[in-house]
Design a protein around this ligand. Structure first.
Ligand code: ZN
Length: 299
């Protein structure tokens, strides 16, 4: 396959899935959507802390915002956009794509895009599925994203995990050719280790594994001259969030390591440079005249 190396990609992607602590997929069985308005909101306060952190380190992020949150926090979304960060969509109500019909998915990505564009006046070009829930067999969602005016997706996590993962996906940004057009895919970072690909993109992996795992993954990306994509949630820097009563394993995964997150983020932001995904997408488009993937197929 023809390969175009991209020596410009010195910066990585710092992404934030902007959602409330009670909207997390791990808790969805225990928190009814109809009850969301009864929980105290904490997303704005935590986002302010993340924005201050990013500003101190001159980092610009991509924020995948849940439409339900945007509708209730319009000033917050405007503040994020004015600070130079990208606003992208995380769906309307954080439903997994695997639970939606194509019609419902279209409605979710259309409504959230319109809401976010109405708030900021800036076109929304990016999407990330809640819990990376575009899995094998769900590629129809990529066509709908193209038809609804999206330019990139960041949902295909190239690992195998119960409930999510897209193991045949590539590790590095690439273009996917669909009947509806050409979509840039910006996968979350993975670490190549002993012939395997391990998740190393952020979230629980960032809080619960040694810091060096994420750092090693981003360094590997640099050696391949491609950006790595990191993600975090506002609730992951909020040790004082009200606890939802859940079984112990969910509790351990969800609530452990919350006090570790901010010091680790400080370190990450000191060691790496970050730009919004939108900028990478436009750079990829400018540099590619080929209708095929830009990088070597993943090993
Ligand atoms: Zn989410």
């Amino acid at each position: 396959m023809a390969v175009a190396r991209l020596p410009v990609m010195a910066a990585h992607h710092f992404t934030i899935d902007v959602e409330e602590y009670f909207q997390v997929s791990a808790l969805e069985r225990y928190v009814a959507r109809s009850d969301w308005d009864r929980y105290p909101s904490r997303v704005a306060a935590q986002m302010e802390r993340l924005l201050a952190l990013l500003a101190r380190h001159n980092a610009r992020a991509t924020c995948f915002v849940v439409g339900w949150v945007a509708e209730r926090h319009r000033d917050l979304i405007r503040t994020i956009a004015r600070a130079g960060h990208e606003i992208a969509s995380h769906g309307w109500d954080h439903a997994r794509v695997t639970k939606l019909t194509p019609t419902q998915f279209r409605s979710s990505v259309r409504r959230s895009k319109r809401e976010l564009e109405d708030i900021t006046g800036v076109p929304v070009v990016g999407f990330r599925a809640p819990s990376f829930s575009i899995v094998a067999g769900g590629e129809w969602a990529l066509d709908i994203l193209l038809e609804e005016g999206y330019g990139y997706d960041s949902s295909l996590f190239p690992i195998r995990r119960p409930g999510y993962g897209y193991p045949t996906g590539r590790s590095d940004p690439y273009f996917i050719e669909r009947s509806a057009g050409r979509l840039a895919e910006i996968p979350p970072a993975t670490l190549r280790w002993g012939g395997m690909r391990l998740p190393a993109a952020g979230g629980g992996y960032f809080r619960l594994l040694p810091y060096g795992v994420v750092r090693a993954a981003l360094r590997q990306c640099e050696r391949r001259h491609v950006p790595g994509t990191f993600y975090i949630h506002p609730w992951e820097i909020d040790p004082d969030q009200p606890r939802v009563h859940v079984p112990w394993l969910t509790r351990a995964r969800h609530y452990r390591g919350l006090r570790r997150t901010v010091p680790r983020l400080e370190r990450l932001l000191t060691e790496f440079r970050f730009v919004p995904i939108r900028e990478t997408m436009f750079a990829l488009r400018r540099r590619s005249s080929r209708p095929i993937g830009l990088h070597k197929r993943s090993a």
